[in-house]
Design a protein around this ligand. Sequence first.
Ligand SMILES: NC(=O)c1ccc[n+]([C@@H]2O[C@H](COP(=O)([O-])OP(=O)(O)OC[C@H]3O[C@@H](n4cnc5c(N)ncnc54)[C@H](O)[C@@H]3O)[C@@H](O)[C@H]2O)c1
Length: 306
Amino acid sequence: MPLLEGKVAIVTGAGRGVGRGHALELARQGAKVIVNDLGGEYDGTGDDNRPATEVVNEIKAMGGEAAANFDNVADFKGAENMINQAIETFGDLNILINNAGILRDRMTFNMEEAEWDAVVTVHGKGHFAPTKFACTYWRNKSKETGNPVHGRLIHTSSESGLFGNAGQPNYDFAKAGLISFSLCVAKEMVKYGVTSNAIAPRARTRMTEGTFGNIPKPEGFDAWDPDNVAPWVVYLCTEEAAHITGQCFVVTGGEVSLIEQHHVCNTINKGDRWTVEELVAKSAELFGDRATGAPARFPVSSGAAQ
Ligand SMILES: NC(=O)c1ccc[n+]([C@@H]2O[C@H](COP(=O)([O-])OP(=O)(O)OC[C@H]3O[C@@H](n4cnc5c(N)ncnc54)[C@H](O)[C@@H]3O)[C@@H](O)[C@H]2O)c1
C-alpha cells in the first residue's frame, strides 16, 4: 500500500536533479504532484517549460497524477498561484518541498550586488513565499475543521550553509538562514499538525558539475545518484514521521545524518560586566580543550560541501 495515497504535494525546482527524484518518489507513494520548475539555467537566467513538463509526463506514464507549474518561486504572486493551483487541481495541499535553487559563486571580495541578490532571493524568498501561502491554507483549514491537518514542509539547505564554503558567500548565507527558518516555522505550525524539517543533500547534478566536475558513475551502487535523496524526504512526508519536526539532516547515497543544531557548549559568567583585560586571561577557560584558530578548528562535513 503506498504511504501517501490521496495526498497532494508540490515540489519546487522539480524539473531536474534532486527535485525530480522527490517528485517521482512522491508519485510512486500515491501522492498527486505539482511539478514546479521555471526551467532556468543553473545561475537562474532564462526559462523553459520542458523540464517540468517532462517530469509530469514521466509521472503520468507510471500511472500517477501530476500537473506542471512554471512559476518563479521567488515571486510572491507566482508562489501564491502555485499553492492555489494545487488546491484547485487536486482539491487539497499536504506537502510542500522547497527545493528550487541557483548558484552564482564568487569570493566575497569579487561578488557583485546582483550576484548576491539573485541567490539570496531565490533561496530565501523562494522558500518563504510558498511556505507562507501553504501555512496560511493549513492554518485556516485547521481552524475551520477544528482538527490538525497533515502538513509537511521540507526546506533544502546545504552543507555549505552548515559548514561554510569559501567562494559561496551568498549561497552560504541563504542556506544557513533556511535552517533557522525551518525551525521557526516548525514552532509556529506544530499546533496545526504541520511539520517542518531541513535537508542538506549531496548528489551529482548540474549544480555540482560546476564545482566537482563530472563525477563518474560506478558499476554498482551510485552514491552520487540524485534519486538517493528522495526516500528520506518522502519518509518525512508520511504519517509515520509526524513526530519529526524542526530537524536537519544531511542526505546522500545510502547515508542519512542527523545534524545536532546549535547548543551552548560552555559558559563563563562573572555575575558582573567583564573588563577586556579580565577576558584576555579568562577566554581560554571558555574554549576549554577546543583549540582556537584556523584552519584546524573550522567545522567540517563528512563529505564535499555544495
Ligand atoms: N546537488 C547537490 O549536491 C546539492 C547540495 C546541496 C544543496 N543542494 C540544493 O538542492 C536543491 C536542488 O539542486 P540540484 O542540485 O538538483 O540543482 P538543479 O540545478 O539540477 O535543479 C534545480 C532546479 O530548480 C529550478 N529553479 C531554479 N530557480 C527557480 C525558481 N526561482 N523558481 C522555480 N524553479 C527554479 C531550476 O530550473 C532547476 O531545474 C537546490 O536548492 C540546491 O541548492 C544541492
